[in-house]
Write a protein that binds this ligand. Structure first.
Ligand SMILES: C[S@@+](CC[C@H](N)C(=O)[O-])C[C@H]1O[C@@H](n2cnc3c(N)ncnc32)[C@H](O)[C@@H]1O
Length: 194
């Protein structure tokens, strides 16, 4: 079994179920993504580190809705709602009617990896395309979209689509993201007016 690294140990000590929380914390500190009272959608929320952090940031007058194939770990305050389901089957209009519109749509979605790079990349891009559709269908004017991306085939097309969909787009790699990984995060700010 892999030995837990420094950030995983710190996450456990601070009550987060995954080290991924430090990527969101770092991006939030730099770009001020989450504010008190915000309504937030967290796509791919298991085991729940982003969900827990977002819940703390928005406070009890905000709302955090998490969606994943798996139930997040642990208990959450009343303004957090976990939906177990497949993001690929979500209808943005129904989401918006039930919970939205959202100030922020976060996606840390990762497909189950097969080890075959082209298959994994295609699956990741399909998830990101869907996350972008959901963001565009549920965000408030001026809202923001944060999505995990992987550099590789198809990434440039996704970037082009994102750039055409938001007033400002940034691609950044937080320090807490493994240097060996091809992952980065794209932030879309303010859906472009249609
Ligand atoms: C890296 S984890 C997310 C970690 C999370 N942000 C946290 O901080 O705890 C990626 C998640 O994407 C979920 N996922 C992958 N494909 C999905 C799909 N089609 N629908 C819903 N969730 C999916 C996986 O189940 C997994 O829990």
């Amino acid at each position: 079994m892999k030995r837990p690294d420094r950030l995983s140990i710190r996450a456990k000590r601070e009550g987060y179920p995954a080290r991924s929380v430090y990527k969101l914390k770092e991006l939030d500190a730099k770009y001020r993504l989450l504010k008190r009272g915000n309504r937030v959608l967290d796509l791919g929320c298991h085991p729940g580190a982003w969900l827990r952090y977002a819940a703390q940031k928005v406070g009890k007058n905000g709302l955090v809705v998490g969606v994943d194939l798996k139930e997040p770990k642990g208990d959450y305050p009343g303004h957090v709602h976990a939906v177990v389901g497949d993001v690929l089957e979500l209808d943005p209009e129904s989401l918006k009617e039930r919970w939205g519109p959202f100030h922020a749509v976060l996606s840390d979605l990762s497909p189950k990896l097969t080890g075959a790079r082209s298959t994994d990349m295609a699956r990741s891009l399909a998830l990101n395309d869907k996350a972008l559709d959901i963001a565009l269908g549920t965000l408030k004017p001026g809202g923001l979209f944060l999505v995990k991306v992987f550099h590789g085939s198809g990434f440039e097309d996704f970037l082009k689509r994102a750039r055409g969909s938001f007033q400002k787009t940034i691609v950044t790699k937080p320090k807490a993201s493994s240097k060996r990984s091809r992952e980065a995060y794209l932030i879309g700010m303010g859906p472009a007016l249609r």
